[in-house]
Design a protein around this ligand. Structure first.
Ligand SMILES: *Cc1c(COP(=O)(O)O)cnc(C)c1O
Length: 405
């Protein structure tokens, strides 16, 4: 399929290019001493991860440890409450640890093992990436250092406990505002000193090349499974595919399966409390081109051109940029990026719980909320939503802030 001059028949092979660019987005904007480390990972990715030995081992792990393939469920009661459109969800909430993040963490940690590394290293904000990586490290017998701001350590006590129980070393970062940004800086600093023995595991389709490509490829299992399963269930392709976008890994995994199909694709960003800078994290909708965290993309900037403060009810979506591939697909018009606010999200959270017996993560509830709006507009056809995770982690927050509806 050709779309705006892009050949999607060969898209996944041709994007990114050898330097990690999706059009003008992506690349690797990092200090000289880290370029060698990224080069080593890139080369290892193309030799090791494409070998049949690696592919077969990852397949076995996905089946026997992660519980893949995850099913697709038809949402009969939710669909019925909205009209004539059929809504389906890809159940990444049933993946081990309760979200899609383990898909790329198992891939990254298996690569670390094949490369002979002893340790995996990462930062975490809300703790979800830290828990997924700590799980992978325990499985493969790797050491695991997770950098986390002291403010986040206090806020995310259950995830900190999980990481420690799994044997990870949670490194407290106290400088500056002591949140995610400082944790990223400290983790990169530690990595630069120690990269012979460890590998940095980025938690989404962001960061310098090769991570946006590598994380997409590890997540593409979601889209590959979903496309096959949907056709088997219904005999045809969905009319629309929907996923929430923070950094954009669950969305890229799902979208990659449908880019070459006549399917409308929607990425959903958090509008939070409203359109004012600082009240949302809808970087693709309101942002401009810029470089941060080692890559060129579309981002939200403050007056000084620095990453702007962002807000979302979903802590997994409050990132001031999105992966470079999303910026590319945005400009190309192949994916439509739109927003839902906190209120619509919380409504969808309760609707899915009450009508279907599925408690979704607040992140995933953004995608459900958008599908509910889309269903009313479409009048007929089908929508496939990537349900990126389960909502157990959000129980206390919901009860405290919204009560029982
Ligand atoms: C972390 C997280 C997200 C956001 O990350 P992406 O890279 O945008 O997918 C979405 N859903 C859940 C459940 C998460 O834990």
């Amino acid at each position: 399929m050709n779309y705006n001059g892009i050949n999607f028949d060969t898209y996944l092979k041709n994007y990114p290019d050898d330097n990690g660019y999706f059009g003008k987005y992506g690349g690797s904007y990092i200090p000289e001493n880290l370029q060698a480390a990224m080069q080593e990972i890139t080369e290892a990715y193309f030799t090791i991860c494409k070998s049949s030995k690696f592919v077969n081992e990852l397949r076995r792990i996905r089946r026997e440890f992660q519980g893949r393939p995850t099913p697709i469920s038809y949402l009969e009661r939710l669909s019925g409450s909205l009209g004539n459109v059929q809504i389906y969800v890809k159940r990444e909430d049933l993946n081990h640890t309760g979200a899609h993040k383990l898909n790329h963490c198992m891939g990254e940690a298996l690569l670390a093992k094949y490369m002979g590394k002893k340790k995996v290293i990462a930062e975490t904000g809300a703790g979800q990436h830290g828990v997924a990586l700590a799980t992978a490290a325990a499985y493969f017998g790797l050491e695991c250092d997770i950098y986390m701001g002291s403010v986040d350590i206090k806020k995310q006590a259950p995830n900190v406990a999980r990481m420690k129980i799994l044997g990870a070393n949670v490194v407290e970062v106290t400088h500056g505002l002591a949140t995610l940004k400082e944790a990223v800086d400290s983790a990169f600093e530690a990595y630069a000193k120690d990269y012979k023995d460890c590998i940095y595991c980025i938690g989404s389709v962001v960061g310098p090349h090769p991570f946006p490509m590598m994380v997409r490829d590890f997540q593409s299992v979601v889209g590959i499974e979903a496309r096959e399963q949907f056709i088997e269930l219904t005999g045809e392709l969905p009319d629309a595919v929907v996923a929430c976008v923070g950094g954009g890994s669950n969305a890229m995994g799902m979208f990659s399966g449908f880019l070459n199909d006549p399917v409308n694709i929607y990425g959903v960003e958090p509008l939070g409390r409203g359109e004012k800078l600082g009240d949302h994290a809808a970087s693709l909708k309101y942002g401009t081109e810029g470089i941060m965290h080692g890559f060129n993309s579309i981002m939200l900037k403050d007056k000084n051109g620095e990453p702007a403060p962002v807000y979302s009810v979903a802590s997994g979506l409050d990132y001031p940029s999105s992966g470079p591939e999303h910026a590319f697909l945005h400009d190309a018009g192949r994916v439509k990026y739109d927003v839902v606010n906190d209120e619509e999200t919380i409504d969808a959270f309760f609707k899915l719980s009450r009508l279907e017996g599925i408690i979704p993560a607040i992140e995933s509830s953004h995608a459900v909320a958008y599908a509910m709006k889309l269903a009313k507009e479409m009048n007929k056809g089908s929508i496939l939503v990537n349900l990126s995770g389960r909502g157990d982690k959000d129980m206390d927050y919901i009860i405290e802030n919204y009560g029982i509806r």
